[in-house]
Write a protein that binds this ligand. Structure first.
Ligand code: PMV
Length: 329
């Protein structure tokens, strides 16, 4: 046996820290037309109450490290580690931030659970863009933050539609559509906020893989998919009218129909279908999977605290996490 010399490992480099940049990004829920939105169809999304926060510190040295203190669905952060790194590199490059002569630490936190389907990646991208802008005095407008977050989303989604980063950056209830390379976002108004419940399957899905699967099947069965896409287009337009007229029964019905279309393009899963049925059986006006699917969350329309509590409780009784929040705030 020989003694081990720990002295070199114990040497602590002085960490000279300058200012601290801060930023936030909203979690989101897609109410209508995830996936279809990738192909230019309209979609409707809303920010939810929970947020991700980012802090950026500058140090002497080089490189960038992320400390991820967000609450998570078990396994999410480990599963997304490589994509998170790729996303950060894309954003730093886009913002022209050189890490060769300056070191940065990015710390993520907040009350948004890092999970599939709640826009966790987009919320973190918007928060990081804002924190770097704050730290380096870049004075980014919301539009610029959104552009940077879109770049970051490419690390997670491959070909993002842009709806997640737009909802994460601007908040509120939005109508979103891609036209070629440009993106149309219109703010929508609800006469008052509406309670919803989001139920978490606890399954971490890979958005890139699920989106690629839709593309593959769409190319294989163009006629069948064209019909489904036509229905999805009409549904989002109807749903916009129903939301703006505050016809919640009809909105719920449209959510049910949207879930069926998502089942038809094979992005739902038995766990998502089970939670959707559970929410409906407990009085939700409508329910659907939300986000990429194959795991992640469902969203149920549950106006009124009693109904919201009943649905959330039923989900929790089955051993799943439920988030009580609202849209149109
Ligand atoms: O699972 P999420 O929250 O990342 O949502 C993905 C939404 C998709 O429509 C499936 C992809 C996209 O880029 O719009």
């Amino acid at each position: 046996m020989h003694a081990v010399d720990f002295s070199s490992r114990l040497r602590v480099e002085p960490r000279q820290c300058y200012i601290l940049g801060k930023g936030t990004g909203f979690g989101k829920v897609i109410l209508f037309n995830e996936h279809f939105v990738v192909y230019g169809l309209p979609a409707i999304a809303s920010a939810v109450g929970a947020k991700t926060t980012a802090l950026v510190e500058r140090h002497l040295g080089s490189g960038v490290e992320i400390i991820d203190n967000r609450p998570e669905t078990k396994g999410y952060k480990a599963e997304k580690l490589a994509q998170q790194k790729e996303s950060l590199d894309l954003m730093l490059k886009f913002m022209n931030i050189d890490t060769r002569n300056q070191a940065y630490t990015v710390t993520l936190a907040g009350d948004l659970i890092a999970a599939s389907g709640v826009g966790a990646s987009a919320a973190s991208c918007a928060a990081i863009a804002r924190a770097f802008s704050d730290e380096l005095g870049l004075n980014y407008s919301d539009d610029r933050v959104n552009e940077v977050a879109y770049e970051g989303e490419k690390g997670y989604h491959g070909t993002p539609s842009g709806i997640d980063n737009t909802a994460a950056t601007f908040g509120g209830l939005i109508w979103y559509k891609r036209e070629g390379t440009s993106q149309i976002m219109e703010r929508m108004k609800l006469s008052r906020p509406v309670d919803i419940v989001m139920g978490n399957t606890g399954i971490v899905a890979d958005t890139k893989v699920v989106v690629a699967g839709v593309r593959e099947r769409k190319e294989r069965e163009p006629e069948r998919y064209a019909e489904i896409f036509k229905n999805a287009d009409r549904l989002a337009r109807d749903a916009r009218r129903q939301l703006e007229m505050f016809s919640l029964e009809e909105v719920g019905n449209s959510m049910d129909q949207n879930h069926e279309l998502l089942q038809q393009i094979e992005v739902s899963s038995p766990e998502l279908d089970m939670l959707v049925d559970l929410a409906r059986n407990n009085g939700a006006l409508g329910a659907k999977m939300t986000g990429a699917g194959k795991g992640g969350y469902i969203v149920a329309l549950t106006p009124g605290r009693d109904l919201q509590e009943r649905v959330a409780h039923a989900i929790e009784k089955k051993g799943f996490q439920a988030m009580r929040t609202s849209i149109g705030v």
